[in-house]
Design a binder for this molecule. Structure first.
Ligand code: 5AD
Ligand code: SF4
Length: 452
């Protein structure tokens, strides 16, 4: 059997896509390996969101090329594929910069990989056209054993691409226009996952709450409606979705946060900046106060909500005052977790051409101040759960023997003493301590509940 090694960078959709590529190659006789040295086929599933992410690919390719040469000397062949968003954005340039690469394939074309691998025996190939056919129609389902091996929490792509055109972002160019998968397909996939023991589904899309898929009755379903339907799938106990745009939080979705117990009390809702001027230049089409009011509306139906966001500092033209507006918004709202970045100009995006680029040192100083505040909020949120009893979905063996690791409803990692046979169960755990990256707890057995 031939072996394939897939390495994913960037977002959760890349993780999902990497699994789909592995599933497809399984039908071509490839088994997955976690050791690149023994792979007959190496796939780098790349990310183009920031310059650093894209540059990583070229340095990794240098290492893969050395490996290819070493294996060649030992009489073994290694084929190299660059997939994902760098592939889409840079295409032929990758073949030019790295002669060891055999195939470059974009995120909408990877269903053609088996064919591309065959054809690339005679010439190196690039496939980055946006195809007319839907790749999902061509992707085989993994075996049940494979799904089981991937764990009790799974990603499910329901939407891809983006039509928002935030001025900093490459996604509309790399992932293309917004497309929603039909409800029936999503339900099939959810039922297959549940049948293999999956308990938690995270619905993913570049702009997941813009979902508007065709329902079984031919009408258009929103994300709120889809979540309600998925909550009825036997075995599925937890639902999450990511990543969202504030402008697409409609009434149906907000209501779902209030009355759908399976929808976890955690929301990743990127705001990017707290300055109205910068939000406008980013083409976000909302103000800081509109974001605050939106959060108020969601907290009204679900007061128990952990919030998460993405932030960019040093967007072109960002002044000290603009940055202070971001700090104020963070202080006003309070985030349980977050991701924050220095603005990175991306080729082909409007912001990259804007006049007043912010100096690197200023970006670094702002990022460090923002991250200090966000980290304080994260720690405060985690410490706030000490003493509480939380439902924990048991996912995998813990760091130490006899420990098991799972997730709280707020997406916090939780460790406690238990045996691994319980993986997939949701148990009640009393949180006794908050470490820097996980919570530590004690299992509250059903009989102990009264004492808890
Ligand atoms: N520079 C810095 N951060 C960016 N992001 C997207 N594009 C850029 C960029 N050009 C961040 C945004 C987005 C997250 C996925 O990445 O915060 O929400
Ligand atoms: Fe990176 Fe965006 Fe592509 Fe995901 S969609 S891999 S975040 S560039």
């Amino acid at each position: 059997m031939k072996k394939v090694f897939v390495k994913s960078y960037g977002c959760q959709m890349n993780v999902y896509d990497a699994e789909r590529m592995a599933d497809m190659l399984a039908t071509e006789g490839y088994s997955e390996t976690k050791a690149m040295e023994e792979a007959d086929l190496v796939i780098l599933n790349t990310c183009h969101i920031r310059e650093k992410a894209a540059e990583k690919v070229y340095s990794e390719l240098g290492r893969v090329r050395e490996l290819k040469q070493e294996r060649e000397a030992a009489g073994q062949e290694t084929r190299i594929v660059v997939a994902g968003c760098v592939a889409q954005a840079e295409g032929k340039e990758i073949l030019r910069r790295q002669p060891a690469v055999d195939v470059v394939v974009g995120p909408q074309n990877y269903h053609r990989l088996p064919d591309l691998l065959k054809k690339s025996r005679s010439e190196r190939l690039v496939d980055t056209e946006f195809p007319i056919e839907d790749k999902f129609d061509h992707l085989p389902a993994p075996s049940k054993a494979k799904t089981i091996s991937r764990g009790v929490s799974a990603f499910l792509t329901i939407q891809e691409g983006c039509d928002k055109f935030c001025t900093f972002c490459v996604v509309p160019y790399t992932r293309g226009a917004e497309v929603s998968r039909p409800v029936a397909r999503i339900l099939d996939e959810a039922m297959r996952l549940a049948d293999a023991g999956v308990r938690e589904l995270t619905l993913i899309g570049q702009n997941v709450n813009a979902y508007h898929g065709e329902g079984p009755d031919g009408s258009v379903w929103s994300l709120g409606r889809l979540l309600r339907r998925l909550a009825e799938v036997p075995g599925i106990a937890r639902l999450r979705y990511t990543t969202s745009h504030p402008r697409d939080m409609d009434e149906e979705l907000i209501a779902a946060h209030g009355d759908l117990p399976a929808l976890m009390p955690y929301l990743h809702l990127p705001v990017q900046s707290g300055s109205d001027r910068i939000l406008d230049a980013m083409n976000r089409k909302h103000t800081g106060d509109e974001y605050r009011r939106l959060i108020e509306r969601i907290r009204k139906v679900q007061p128990d909500l952990a919030l998460s966001s993405d932030f960019i500092v040093g967007f072109p033209g960002e002044t000290d005052q603009d940055f202070e507006d971001t700090m104020r918004l963070v202080a006003d709202i309070g985030f349980a977790s977050s991701f924050s970045f220095k603005y990175s100009p991306r080729p082909g995006t409007p912001a990259a051409e804007m006049g007043e680029q912010v100096a690197e040192a200023v970006k670094a100083e702002r990022l460090s101040r923002l991250q200090n505040l966000l980290e304080t909020q994260r720690q405060a949120f985690n410490h706030g759960t000490v003493g509480q009893t939380l439902d924990v979905l048991l996912e995998k063996p813990g760091r130490h023997p006899g420990q098991i690791a799972g997730k709280s409803p707020y997406l916090q990692a939780v460790q406690f003493e238990s045996d691994v046979h319980r993986i997939g169960e949701i148990v009640t755990v009393r949180i006794v301590r908050a470490g820097s990256n996980s919570l530590f707890g004690e299992w509250v057995k059903p009989g102990d509940r009264a004492a808890a």
